[in-house]
Design a protein around this ligand. Structure first.
Ligand code: KG4
Ligand code: ZN
Length: 344
């Protein structure tokens, strides 16, 4: 049995967790920053880094105290080392390094995307490799085949916005509070998903990539036209987003070869319409469907600790001078996509 301390600070959640190799989450604490970023309608990197620096050390102390453990009781320290907002990533990684150095325990530098990719295995002991992963968060929008720990093949990415970003921007257009995903989902419940004609960007194209910038612009035009109820815009946007995901996923699954399951991770996986559509797609292909509980889908440190456990089992540890990485693709072989910005 091993226990690993996980640290996460790559976006706007400051988090620490202790996870055991038998999949028990012994303790976890998470401090959000939604209030601090709300006036800006999105995460402000400078504000995020400062908040991580203030909150992380006491949060780790409290997490250890919750489990009645000390650093002597952990087998390794796993900290997110990228990709993400570099100021925040550095706070978490430097803290991880300091704890590893002080305790003489190994440091494992975690790829945040790998933590999302492996998180379904923390919640679902029966999930076997290889599986298809739809990773949909505020910063990422990818379809991957997870072959085993450390081997990922990217089939699709976004050429502009991530899906979570599209939800957040739609929320901003509709005057809903940040973070927008849950607010849009709630409002959509009261609307008609067929009321507003919106585009399905890239649907029907040959590669399974995503694009949401055109959809966002269409939402803005619909709002400015002043003829639609906000709830109808929210519902129609959500339906367009779901249609895009399902279409792109079909294309990727057709190319993917034998897999055991369809898995969703990332913040948008908390969305019930998205989940329902994915469940139906999995059923069509005769695949198991696996989705971690919502609090494991959004950014958290339990997934970081779990990735640490999977990597520690393979003998991974990292030197204390390892650098934080603002970009760190899971599949280094993946071709760059035309038009892709920072999210490739
Ligand atoms: O994984 P995550 O916590 O952080 C990133 O790594 O980005 O994902 C946050 C994103 C935000 O864009 C948020 O609006 C979106 O996930 N999100 C949702 C829902 N809950 C969170 N989007 C749609 N529906 C939801 N219920
Ligand atoms: Zn994330």
């Amino acid at each position: 049995m091993r226990t690993i301390l996980g640290i996460e600070s790559s976006c706007d959640e400051t988090a620490a967790a202790l996870v055991a190799s038998d999949r028990r989450i012994l303790a976890q604490r998470i401090a959000g920053q939604d209030e601090a970023h709300r006036p800006y309608g999105g995460v402000v990197p400078e504000i995020a880094a400062r908040a991580h620096a203030e909150k992380l050390a006491p949060l780790i102390e409290a997490t250890l105290a919750d489990a009645r453990m000390g650093l002597d009781d952990v087998d390794a320290v796993a900290a997110t080392a990228g990709p993400g907002l570099i100021g925040g990533v550095m706070v978490g990684l430097v803290t991880g390094k300091a704890l590893a150095m002080a305790s003489g325990k190994p440091l494992i530098a975690i790829n945040h995307l790998e933590a999302h990719a492996l998180s379904p295995r923390l919640a679902d002991p029966d999930l076997a490799f290889p599986y298809a992963l739809l990773l949909v968060s505020g910063g990422h929008c990818q379809i991957l085949r997870v072959d085993r720990v450390g081997q990922y093949r990217r089939f699709a990415t976004t050429i502009d916005d991530a899906l979570g970003e599209a939800f957040d921007k739609t929320a901003k257009i509709l005057g809903l509070p940040y973070p927008g995903g849950p607010a849009v989902e709630k409002l959509a419940l009261e609307g008609n998903p067929k009321a507003v004609p919106l585009p399905r960007p890239l649907v029907g194209s040959g590669e399974p990539h995503f694009s949401f910038a055109g959809l966002k612009s269409a939402v803005l035009r619909a709002k400015e036209a002043g003829t639609h109820a906000d709830a109808d815009i929210a519902a129609s946007f959500q339906q367009a987003a779901v249609d895009c995901i399902v279409d792109r996923l079909h294309l990727a699954l057709d190319k993917m070869g034998d897999i055991t399951a369809l898995v969703v991770a990332g913040g948008v996986a908390a969305n019930r319409s998205v989940r329902a559509a994915l469940e139906a797609t999995a059923a069509e292909y005769g695949l198991r469907f696996s989705a971690p509980p919502p609090d494991l889908c959004t950014d958290n440190a339990a997934m970081v600790a779990w990735a640490g456990i999977e990597l520690h089992e393979q003998g991974r540890s990292d030197p204390l001078d390892i650098a934080a990485k603002p970009r760190w693709p899971l599949d280094p072989e993946a071709e760059p996509v035309r038009g892709a910005g920072v999210k490739a």
